[in-house]
Design a protein around this ligand. Structure first.
Ligand SMILES: *Cc1c(COP(=O)(O)O)cnc(C)c1O
Length: 403
């Protein structure tokens, strides 16, 4: 049972018995189930989460179609190794990687990759653009790593991004193309004046596949595949420049746990394998999405599509009395994760709860941001039509809830 009404919103897990105080409050509250969104407003697919994100039904069917030929077979045999090869080649094609770049992969997702980077990419001093949860976590991981002497940051308030400029002594720069926690995107570029051999590491977890990027702007472009690339969690992939591959060699003697060792990951990746067992479905779904995007026209197409979907939502928020885009500067607004502040007359938790009860899920704001906000992913898997339908759902629900 789920109750909504004037804040504070009361949520009860299914099966919970409402406490007496909730019974008293019920008379002034609306049961979520009472707000039914008209069927013709509903999107064809109600998944708008920022990760795990919508996996296309066609990809799930294709996975089921593999029957006994793929799932449940050895990751050291051609069926799986060929799939890993397609993922590596496909990502290189999608990003337009120049010769000499390599796509490496391993287990543990982007979070594990931060620790991986600390051992074999950051020499002594990493400098980070920090403007939300994910960018700050990488900086914290490096600040706590005993083998990284210096960690510096340039920070800006949530809803904006800082400018990443050259920092004296930095051998590694860290930026986040799309800060999933706030819906802010920043340019991918080498800081002017950075040392020639400095590395630029780009967290592209929620950007890769949904936003344009110029490989000249990065040395390592890394991601987890359960966001813009519409697969499932557990893996990291990293497109590495020759400069990054050289750094991995240079730091090869530093002590490192084998599961986080990029020299081991590199050697396995070159054979289309991972050091330990990967999730085979994750790799399959990733290949489905990469090849689907390539078939539609690659990043140009994906960039136009995410711009269209997100544009629908920003335009809606710009004109709605009770909504405002959280990111004030249009140039910083993410095309793949749209954050919208709601007026205090509507409770965002209630809006998301009603949407969920109607099958439209995961529009909640990032939990630690603590704003009266909704957050909507417009990754390539999401259709612009469904973004339009969502605005009709929002109109209906907000009209019903506004006080
Ligand atoms: C989700 C996310 C991460 C963490 O990914 P995990 O797969 O959970 O480790 C890191 N960076 C960004 C930008 C993200 O959106």
């Amino acid at each position: 049972m789920l109750l909504i009404g004037s804040r504070p919103t009361v949520f009860c897990a299914a099966g919970d018995r409402p406490s007496p105080c909730i019974f008293r409050a019920m008379s002034q509250q609306t049961d979520v189930a009472d707000i039914r969104i008209p069927l013709d407003h509903l999107p064809a697919d109600g998944r708008f989460g920022s990760g795990p994100s919508k996996v296309r039904i066609e990809a799930l069917h294709a996975l089921a179609q593999t029957g006994s030929s793929y799932m449940g077979t050895s990751h050291r045999q051609p069926a799986v190794k060929d799939m890993v090869g397609r993922a590596r080649r496909g990502l290189a094609d999608l990003l337009g990687l120049p010769d000499g770049y390599e796509v490496l992969l391993g287990n543990g997702g982007a979070t594990a990759f931060w620790d991986v980077a600390g051992f074999r990419l950051v020499q002594e001093h990493s400098h980070h653009a920090v403007f939300g949860e994910f960018s700050s976590k990488f900086a914290q991981a490096m600040a706590g790593a005993p083998h990284v002497a210096t960690t510096t940051t340039v920070e800006s308030a949530p809803g904006t991004h800082p400018v990443l400029a050259a920092m004296s002594g930095a051998d590694t720069y860290a930026l986040t193309q799309n800060e999933t926690s706030t819906g802010v995107c920043m340019p991918v570029a080498r800081p002017a004046g950075a040392d020639d051999d400095a590395l630029v590491l780009v967290d592209a977890t929620s950007a890769a596949g949904g936003m344009q990027v110029d490989p000249a702007g990065f040395d390592v472009y890394y991601l987890s595949p359960q966001k813009a690339l519409a697969s499932d969690g557990g893996l990291w992939l990293a497109a590495c420049s020759p400069r990054a591959l050289a750094r991995i060699d240079d730091l090869g003697d530093r002590w490192c746990p084998a599961s986080l060792d990029l020299t081991i990951a590199r050697d396995n990746s070159r054979q289309n394998q991972t050091y330990n067992t990967p999730a085979l479905a994750t790799i399959f779904l990733l290949v489905e999405q990469i090849e689907w995007i390539l078939g539609q026209g690659g990043l140009d197409w994906a960039g136009r599509r995410t711009a269209e979907s997100s544009g629908v939502l920003y335009a809606w928020a710009d004109t709605h009395d009770l909504a405002t885009p959280f990111v004030a500067d249009p140039a910083m607004r993410s095309p793949v994760v749209v954050t919208i502040d709601l007026d205090e007359r509507v409770d965002s938790g209630a809006v998301s709860a009603v949407l969920r009860a109607n099958g439209v899920v995961d529009t909640d704001s990032y939990r630690k941001l603590g704003r009266n906000q909704i957050r909507i992913a417009t990754f390539p898997a999401v259709t612009p039509d469904d973004a339009r339908q969502l605005t009709m759902c929002l109109d209906h629900v907000m009209a019903a809830l506004a006080q």
